[in-house]
Design a protein around this ligand. Sequence first.
Ligand code: ATP
Ligand code: MG
Length: 647
Amino acid sequence: MSSNLQFENTDTVLIEDRVFTPPKDVVGHANIMDYMKSKGFTDYAQFHQWSLEHRNEFWDDMAKELHWFEPWQSTFQWTDKPFFQWFVGGKFNIVYNCLDRYVDTSTWTKVAYYWEADDGSTRTITYKDLYVMTNRIAKTLQNVGVKKGDRVGIYMGLIPELVAAVLAVARLGAVHCVVFGGFAANALRDRMNDAQAKVMITADGGIRGGKTIELKKIVDEAVAEVPTMQQVIVVKRVGNEVPMQRRRDVYLHDLLATIPENTVVPCEPMESEDMLYILYTSGSTGKPKGVVHVQGGYGVGVYATTKFVFDVKPNDVYWCTADIGWVTGHSYTIYGPLMNAATSVLFEGAPTHPGPDRLWAIIEKYKVTILYTAPTLIRNLMRFGEQWPAKHDISSLRLLGTVGEPINPEAWMWYRKYIGANRLPIVDTWWQTETGMMMISPTVILPLKPGSATWPLPTIEADVVDRNGVSVGSDKGGFLIVRHPWPAQMRTIYGDPARYQTYWETIPDVYFAGDAATKDQHGYFRVQGRVDDVIKVSGHRLGSMEIESSLVSHEKVAEAAAIGKPDQIKGERVKVFVILKDGVAPSDELAHELKQHVRTVVGAIATPDELEFVPTLPKTRSGKIMRRVMRARELGEPIGDISTMEA
Ligand code: ATP
Ligand code: MG
């Protein structure tokens, strides 16, 4: 028995019963509904069209809800196309908008983060606590010589000091460069060298799933080959003795000892276009790129999208499960929620430790109302079965979200049924490290369709086009592009502006970052995955994700990956790799059954020519399948950069 789930067969439009009453004590427009009304619209399609024609007005309105030291003179301008600027002449500091503007308001004593440690203990951090912590760390950074524009590496586990360190760096106008704490020494070294970082903030260790990760050891190995690095600041998290190199290494608590609680380091008034951070992409398709984001536009874009997509209300408890080492953590664990005065959960540990119900236990404990996670995690937890969420009262949830990959029908249905009690909306948000903010996503207004990220957010001129940039018809596959810059867009690739330009040159004059999609007659987008992952069999374009989904919908399959291999007759033929569920034995009969299964679910054209049972799949450390690595291995070609691959 298998479920044969496919979105195509469940094209029902789900109309959600949601409350639009704006809360009283919010700055600016309460939510997108409220904003639309203020412009005289009730229909999203009409409003979206208006926003394309009034792009500057929309973003001016959003920017005005934030604090600026000096107003901007020009909302948008091309400098030297494809280079551009937003809020030109404005002076801004994103951290002022995360912390300082709440001083002595009702938000001041509100919880900014509930931190859940790996062992289940809690630290509750109010906006005031975070402000104090950030200012004191900023002072220590100043004392060790960090100045505006300097690059500071951050490499540690998910502890409150990580958030404070990020904010402290940005407060001074320096540039943070967070590297996910799961990366090995080489990957860390290369990123620090690329960024020419001067100072590193790390911890004596990290704790995850009951195990200690020796972060300091990895830092020592990496930093030994980073000539620009002058100082390593170490947060005591584990309490182990770690080697400290004289002069170079110093404990944060020693530095803080001389810094009074009431220390204030004023936010540096930055030019809107000054650099805020460098962050390296996941590396699913190749060598990671040092994506550069700036203070003003990024701040405004992330602020507005958090507000509109999650419709955060004062009593919400919001949890984005992404690590701070990824862009989702930057935009939607730190900056977006803080600029919206939200209360968030920050979790240090592993989602399956001590049991596969850890996530659900945390939701129950903190009464989480909004959960934002990734398909890879849903698939992982799904494997253990629905009895695990059933053990917990997760009825506080009101909104679910996903990001990072196309969500397969099986995972969507499970998420909605067992986590969403069959009624909660799921916002499938499409965006990238390079876009800085969500680009295509449902908001409170649009009816949902399973498997669709729905419509572009206001002012986002997204389309599906052919190689020449011409729109393809409805339901035809093509390249997902955006026609005009948006505020939170990357400004360049650090040290490699030519590489940035290629984003605007592959398809003439539009932004294209490698994804394939379709758009239906109602304007709903479905992101199929990466263009490189599209398999062309006898002239038909098959998303690898479609084939993988059909396999995962089989009761014996835990995970699957599909690639195309050159074929003299068909152009490409399909090879699939399959991880079976625990306790299921591989056999030729099963292989045959699975191939037939794909044939029935997707169609004859997609029938795999080859099927291999494997114990694991190569993945990025953010959990995405690296199909390029599988392809290269299969064809005996050079594997390329694998620094981002899970060990
Ligand atoms: P690299 O660019 O280094 O190869 P990456 O593209 O995986 O790595 P990210 O910027 O972290 O790095 O991921 C963005 C990509 O994730 C998108 O381009 C898209 O392929 C995928 N993605 C993100 N959200 C969604 C979504 N909601 N639906 C489908 N795909 C998504
Ligand atoms: Mg990418």
